[in-house]
Structure formats: C-alpha cells, structure tokens
Design a protein around this ligand. Structure first.
Ligand SMILES: [Zn+2]
Length: 63
C-alpha cells in the first residue's frame, strides 16, 4: 500500500498546535494530530488540513 510519504508527515504539522501528524488508513486515509486528536481527510494523497474538514476524535464535552 502506498500511503503517505514519511517526509510529507515531517513537513506538515497540525495547523492548531504544530504537533506531529500520523497517517491512518482505516476506514479511509486520514491524518491525525497526536496532540489535539483532530483528524483530516486525505484526498488523492493530498491532506486537506482545513478547518471545515477537520474532525475531532471525540465530541467536545459540554460546559
Ligand atoms: Zn494538533
């Protein structure tokens, strides 16, 4: 499986905390921030690190 090049993950950082990003291929290829646990989709090998695409791993607690 091709996946993302490690060098790409080195260059990219989380737009929020500049934390390291990890690739995950299930259920589809996504990047996850190891710090704030947001994730973004990867389309055709291009990470979509935009606010409207980001998804929190868990819903934020109310209050
Ligand atoms: Zn982050």
């Amino acid at each position: 499986m091709q996946g993302l090049a490690p060098v790409l993950l080195d260059v990219l950082g989380c737009p929020h905390c500049k934390g390291a990003l990890r690739g995950s291929e299930s259920p589809s290829l996504r990047l996850h921030c190891t710090q704030c646990r947001l994730s973004w989709p990867v389309e055709d090998g291009v990470p979509r690190l935009t606010p409207d695409q980001e998804m929190a791993k868990r819903p934020a607690p109310q209050g």
